[in-house]
Design a protein around this ligand. Sequence first.
Ligand code: NDP
Ligand SMILES: O=C(O)C1=N[C@H](C(=O)O)C[C@H](O)C1
Length: 233
Amino acid sequence: MKIALLGYGRMGKAIEKIAVERGHKIVLKIDVNTQEYDISIADVAIDFSIPNSAFDNITNCFKNNVPVVSGTTGWLDKYGEAVEICKKENGAFISATNFSLGVNIFFELNEQLAKMMSNLSDYNITMEEIHHTQKLDAPSGTAITLAEGVIKHTLKENWALDVTNSNLEIPIVAKRIPEVPGTHSVSYSSSIDDIEIKHTAHNRKGFALGAVVAAEWLIGKNGVFSMKDVLGI
Ligand SMILES: NC(=O)C1=CN([C@@H]2O[C@H](COP(=O)(O)OP(=O)(O)OC[C@H]3O[C@@H](n4cnc5c(N)ncnc54)[C@H](OP(=O)(O)O)[C@@H]3O)[C@@H](O)[C@H]2O)C=CC1
Ligand SMILES: O=C(O)C1=N[C@H](C(=O)O)C[C@H](O)C1
């Protein structure tokens, strides 16, 4: 496949390495300095850029008939609008807050646990995410997806950064520590005991491999998909 990398930072470079190992060719590398480019030379675009540019990057792909895989976080308030444009243009789109196989299994585990905890009012839920100090958004997209997974199965209605006085909100603590690729935990605490599930990424390989596998899967399809579709889970 001829791949356009929209964003050539930590993730863009990790994706390039894995894509080339899998026999693909990188035909565009777009960063903040790129003035103009012709996206239509690519078979697929992979967007790992910044919150302010993701929507324009992605919708430009739809308008030029290029399937797009996006991992950028912090822009997803406009996800619904992007989906509408994708459908109107008959495009192909996969967005995920986390492309790693491990985190996608963790998402499923989180929902199963939330179902089991839903009637146990003695337990208080909290979430924690830890990332490197260059991260622009907080809480992480993955933490928001985890919170949405809990909201789906319990009486919780929302999440809140750090602390909350509301029983209806899930508090998410976001920590920034140099070099941490991404750690997420979900804890249920009572006066008797705690239950905690945790995912620790050791590097960015899992995110990058998942994004390239998603791009390979998306070629030749039309519609809006998720990593659940790609992984069959
Ligand atoms: N879904 C997932 O599995 C994962 C998602 N992420 C998310 O991916 C995103 C990128 O992460 P990361 O690679 O660590 O970040 P970096 O800051 O390392 O990279 C961002 C890149 O985007 C570029 N950029 C800035 N403006 C634009 C623009 N207008 N168009 C295209 N590119 C632009 C930057 O260019 P320049 O350097 O020149 O400023 C840089 O190359 C973040 O939102 C992060 O949360 C990260 C890991 C996994
Ligand atoms: O910015 C990062 O680095 C990461 N961002 C994603 C997120 O916001 O969840 C995924 C991963 O945790 C790394």
